[in-house]
Structure formats: C-alpha cells, structure tokens
Design a binder for this molecule. Structure first.
Ligand SMILES: [Zn+2]
Length: 322
C-alpha cells in the first residue's frame, strides 16, 4: 500500500486500546531497522522526520528511503510525519514534498498565537489530504533544535483542549503530562531512589491525561519524549568508553498504561539512538581492527530492529494490528 495518513491508524488504535509507534529516522539503517521490525510484527508505523533530520540527511533522501521501505513492506501501513514543525513554511514544504502528516509545534507561543498558526497549517494540510498534530503544554528536555530547560516545562491545561481542537481543526494533540525529550529526562533531584540506589522518575500525570480524554472523547492524544532509556544500554555505553551518567527515561509500564487509554501515538527516539550507539561502541571495543562501516552498522541496524520489536510488543501493543 502507498504511504497513508494517520487517520485510520489512530481510529483503530483508539478503539483497540493500543498506540502506534512514531520513530525518528535519520539514515538508511534506522529506516530499515524500524520497518523490518514492523513488517515482522505486522505493526502500523509512523516514520517521523525532524528539522534536524532534514538538515542532516536532506529532505529528498529521507523521503526516497521511506518510499523504498513502503515498497519493501507492502503489508503494513506507514505514515511519513514531520516532527516539531516550527513554522507554516516548514510544514508547507513537507506537505508539498510527500509527507502524509505534519506536526506544527507552536506550544511555546501564546494560546491565541498557537491557535492561529495551527489553524493556518491545518487549512493548507487538509486541502492537500495531509493530517496535522498540534501541541498544548511544553515538555522539558532537548530534542534536535527543541530545548526547554527543566523547570520551564508546563503541563497541558485540560480546560484549554476542547477550545483548541475545535478552533484549529487539528487531527491529533500532543500533550504534556511529564514526559520529556532526550536521554536525561529528569535530574536526580526530581527522582527518588529505590533500594538498589537506582533513580526512579516521578510518575506521569495520569490525572491530566484523564481530564483531557474526558473533554475530547474519541480524539487521539500523542505523547512525545517517551523513551525509557533502558539501563542495560546506558551501562553498555559506559562500559565501552562512553559517559552517560544518570541517563533516565519514562518507565515502560507507564507508557503501556497510556497506550491503553486515548494515547494513539508514542514518540520514541532516544532509545533507538542509545541502542545503536551502545552496539557500535561494543563492536569497536571487541573488534578494534574493523574499519568497514558495514561491519558495525549491521549489528547497529539489528539493535534498532530489536528495540523497535520490543517496543511494539511490550509498550505499544500494536503487534498484529497492521
Ligand atoms: Zn517531541
């Protein structure tokens, strides 16, 4: 099947009590690792591209690689989504350039400015058969060019969501309930420690999520910054020459719980980066003589695939839903 929008995917996910994974793509190995896992698990998938990815790999290369994946995986629905579009122009160039979904992130602007810009993007997107994700509330953390200092994040105000959605016409809404971008989602001061001394992050604000669901029945909710930063990979990075002290993410059981509710799209990027980097570090440590990029990118691609398969089955619950 050709590239699809997220409309059908989200409807099925909402009714079925699962979420679709949205994974960021930057190069061929990442595209292949993600889509091979989805093909095997018969899972729908959203491949998303950030402004940083377009700057790194070039819009055309990314679109063509995704099109190749679509041809190679004919049985699963694949959407191509712009992650964190920050202007009408960026969204327009992706809509014109083959994307089936865009995000306009005007969450740092005032409520009225967010509505105005989102509405402008929605009108253009819908006229071209493309769907729009918008955002209310801000997440902490660092993701490509999005950087919000811890302490400057703000939870979504549920009393704003109905007005926002009805005035903008957006198709899905990213909300802030305590997830965060990057591999350092919380400072040690924000966490508690368990008996083994491992940092335990503050729980997600399910009360905010429930309030949003109540006000937007049937409407797909999106969670950004939802990597879990598995400690086995943090350990592996550190064991093989890396330095990632106190990297910490969102516990997978909380994301699983959100996926069973109205959360239809869960963004996962850092975990893929971490799995790739840990695997490459280990490979170099064990094979210091290797210099053919295929030698270390092959296991790295496999690590992406394994990570995505794990997320599909254990976090998203979208296996067999293609
Ligand atoms: Zn994000």
């Amino acid at each position: 099947m050709p590239l699809v929008t997220t409309t059908e995917m989200f409807k099925k996910a909402y009714d079925g009590g699962y979420a679709v994974g949205a994974f960021n793509v930057n190069n061929m190995e990442i595209v292949q690792g993600i889509t091979e896992a989805c093909q095997e698990q018969k899972a729908p998938v959203i491949l998303q591209v950030s402004k940083g990815a377009r700057a790194y790999a070039n819009h055309n290369y990314l679109v063509k690689m995704v099109q190749a994946a679509v041809e190679n995986c004919p049985e699963i629905p694949i959407a191509l989504h712009l992650d964190h579009g920050d202007s009408f122009e960026v969204c327009k160039s992706c809509i014109d350039g083959g994307f089936t979904s865009v995000m306009i992130d005007a969450s740092s602007k005032s409520f009225e400015e967010n509505i105005a810009l989102t509405k402008q993007v929605v009108e253009y997107a819908h006229a071209h058969g493309v769907v729009v994700e918008a955002e209310l509330g801000t997440l902490a953390g660092v993701e490509d060019e999005v950087c919000v200092e811890s302490g400057n994040e703000s939870y979504t105000h549920p009393e704003e969501v109905e007005e926002f959605v009805s005035r903008t016409g957006c198709d899905s809404l990213a909300i802030a309930i305590g997830t965060s971008h990057g591999a350092y989602k919380f400072t040690a001061a924000q966490c508690t420690r368990n008996e083994e001394g491992i940092l335990v992050p503050p729980p997600l604000r399910f009360d905010v999520l429930e309030e949003c669901i109540k006000r937007l029945p049937g409407f797909p909710i999106v969670l950004h910054g939802s990597s879990s930063v598995p400690q086995e990979f943090v350990k592996m990075v550190n064991q093989y020459g890396g330095n990632m002290p106190d990297a910490i993410g969102i516990p997978e059981d909380q994301l699983r719980k959100a996926a069973k509710l109205a959360v239809c799209k869960i963004n996962i990027d850092s975990d893929i980066r971490l799995a790739m980097t840990a695997t490459i570090r280990k490979h170099f440590a064990e094979h210091p003589d290797h210099f053919d990029p295929r030698q270390y990118l092959k296991p790295a691609r496999q690590a992406v695939k394994d990570m995505v398969a794990h997320k599909i089955v254990n976090v998203l619950g979208c296996n067999g839903k293609a």
